[in-house]
Design a protein around this ligand. Structure first.
Ligand SMILES: Cc1cc2nc3c(=O)[nH]c(=O)nc-3n(C[C@H](O)[C@H](O)[C@H](O)COP(=O)(O)OP(=O)(O)OC[C@H]3O[C@@H](n4cnc5c(N)ncnc54)[C@H](O)[C@@H]3O)c2cc1C
Length: 513
């Protein structure tokens, strides 16, 4: 087994040096990896081995193309190493803690109450992450027929990329270099060694007092988890509400849940400076013209993502980019160099693993097979994995109002759904928006403990062009929480029973008696 210490510098902040992280690194950045001799020309060269890059490379190889992938850090990218995978492992442990805490309402007594062994929680996460990392490993991709190069990639011409002293010539390339945490211009933040998603999963000790800056999905998910583990968490958000992108009522429900978990939420917060005093971080906040100071043991920044474009030498390839929005692409994901495509966080406003995956599939079709697929045709759902979860797809009510689209909205409260009642999970609702006077679904928001699992039914219906009438005819097993969707569809069906139709039915039935 390779010594992780040899990689210090190459892989920032991957700690501790235990067997799980050793296994992870051996899979996704093997220290003794020898880059292959490049082929004379590739059908596809992919830069970045996160979700977008891996899907592009595996798809190209599967179709018989000659393909290379280049990764400078850890294959699997953010999702595997410092994003979805570790965060969802923590969320599961936090739910377990909350379930034990709340067990009394089911008649289950836990006399000792909840004690969270944070080191064990983190070790479970590292162990699961290392196990999952086999899917994204350098060896697996080599076995799939992909030439795997470890190193920093940069363009040296319109059809040429350099990595670790080797030149790779391509017919087509895909930039899939992802994004990283935004650096906030708060004086002292850097010196205070604030945590980001790149370092928070390396903690082995629970911070007693934690400040989380930014109440977007990443900030909210980690806030709730750490609060449930026992940290005293303060969530600082500069806007008026948490989860600003979401339906207001939905965000309010999650806000109440965080408060019940003991989180202190400070909206309209203005952080003017941070300083470190030993192990304590002191935040200066401006409130009503006054500056107040608050002490924390750790500060976590969960605000925004910034595309990785600076070191790619994109000018040499004639690829236009913007430091904030990333690589410029058209609807078919082609850059300003018609042979170079991009996918995932580096070019998308929708920074999700499933979007990176679907964009990669579009790149394969368009780059290799003259396809005309476009991102504008995608129905992209997303979910914030708070408890309860908020899942959404399609249009929001405020967007419809801005665009002058008239909607009918069917709303079901989760306390009308038997399974939710029986599970003690009645918090939340489902709203389905249809084009006025029709059953054509334009969007939906669901807040419930399992909203992320349920939203796919709506997404499928939207993709297939199936409306609420079709869902009303679909049998849902009883009792399940997806009955909320069936109930919304039934509510639509009832609107078809106009007074005129009802009168005709009454007459028909009277005649048939
Ligand atoms: C805490 C957190 C939780 C998240 N949870 C979810 C979730 O639950 N669900 C979800 O859908 N999304 C989630 N996301 C978002 C998700 O992780 C990203 O959308 C996804 O990883 C994007 O994939 P990508 O392939 O575009 O980029 P990345 O995963 O960032 O991969 C890009 C890769 O390119 C490499 N690279 C960059 N520059 C170069 C170069 N010059 N040469 C060689 N290699 C290079 C990088 O090292 C990196 O490995 C989460 C993100 C975070 C931070």
């Amino acid at each position: 087994m390779t010594d992780l210490r040899s990689l210090v510098g190459a892989i920032p902040e991957l700690a501790p040096l235990d067997e799980h992280n050793q296994k992870l690194v051996n899979n996704v950045h093997p220290p003794d990896w020898v880059n292959p001799d490049p082929a004379s020309r590739y059908n596809m060269v992919v830069i970045g081995a996160g979700t977008a890059g891996l899907v592009t490379a595996a798809g190209t190889a599967g179709l018989g193309g000659r393909v290379a992938i280049i990764e400078r850090n850890l294959m699997g990218g953010d999702c595997l190493n410092v994003g979805c995978v570790p965060s969802k492992a923590l969320i599961r442990a936090a739910r377990a803690a909350a379930d034990v805490r709340d067990a009394g309402k089911f008649g289950v007594k836990v006399p000792g109450g909840v004690t969270v062994d944070f080191a064990a929680v983190m070790e479970r996460m590292r162990s699961l992450r290392a196990g999952i990392s086999e899917h994204d490993s350098a060896q697996r991709f080599t076995d799939l027929g992909v030439d795997v190069f470890i190193g920093d990639a940069r363009f040296t011409g319109p059809n040429e990329i350099e990595v670790a002293g080797k030149k790779l010539v391509f017919s087509k390339a895909c930039i899939a270099t992802g994004a990283r945490a935004v650096t906030l211009p708060i004086p002292g933040l850097k010196e205070a060694a604030a945590l980001t998603n790149e370092s928070v999963f390396s903690l082995t000790e629970l911070p007693r007092r934690l400040a989380v800056i930014g109440a977007g999905p990443i900030g909210v998910e980690l806030t709730q988890s750490f609060a449930r583990f026992g940290s005293k968490v303060t969530l600082l958000e500069q806007a008026r509400q948490i989860l600003g992108r979401e339906d207001r009522e939905a965000a309010k429900i999650v806000e109440q849940s965080l408060i019940r978990d003991g989180v202190e939420i400070e909206c309209c917060a203005k952080i003017v400076a941070v300083r470190r005093e030993g192990e304590v971080r002191v935040l200066s906040l401006e409130r009503d013209g006054q500056t107040v100071e608050r002490e924390f043991d750790q500060v976590l920044v969960g605000v925004g993502r910034q595309p990785n474009v600076e070191t790619l030498n994109l000018d040499a390839a004639g690829v236009a980019f913007d430091l904030r929005k990333g690589v410029q692409v058209n609807d078919r994901l082609q850059t300003t160099n018609s042979n170079v495509f991009a996918a995932g966080d580096v070019c998308s406003p929708y920074k999700f693993t499933h979007t990176a995956d679907s964009m990669a599939r579009i790149v394969i079709q368009n780059a290799l097979f003259f396809g005309r697929s476009g991102t504008s045709a995608l129905n992209i759902p997303w979910c914030t994995y708070s408890d309860p979860e908020i899942a959404h797809v399609g249009i929001y009510e405020h967007e419809a109002a801005e665009k002058g689209v008239e909607l009918d909205t069917f709303r079901i409260e989760m306390d009308q759904v038997d399974r939710a009642i029986l599970e003690g999970e009645t918090e939340g609702f489902l709203k389905v928006h249809v084009k006025k006077g029709t059953d054509q679904i334009l969007g939906a928001t669901m807040v419930s403990r399992h909203a992320g699992e349920s939203i796919s039914e709506i997404t499928l219906a939207m993709n297939a062009g199936a409306g609420l009438a079709t869902i009303a005819k679909t049998i849902h097993p009883y009792p399940t929480q997806t009955e909320a969707i069936k109930k919304a569809a039934d509510a639509y069906s009832r609107t078809r029973l106009t007074p005129t139709v009802k009168t005709i039915f009454e007459k028909l039935l009277a005649w048939r008696r």
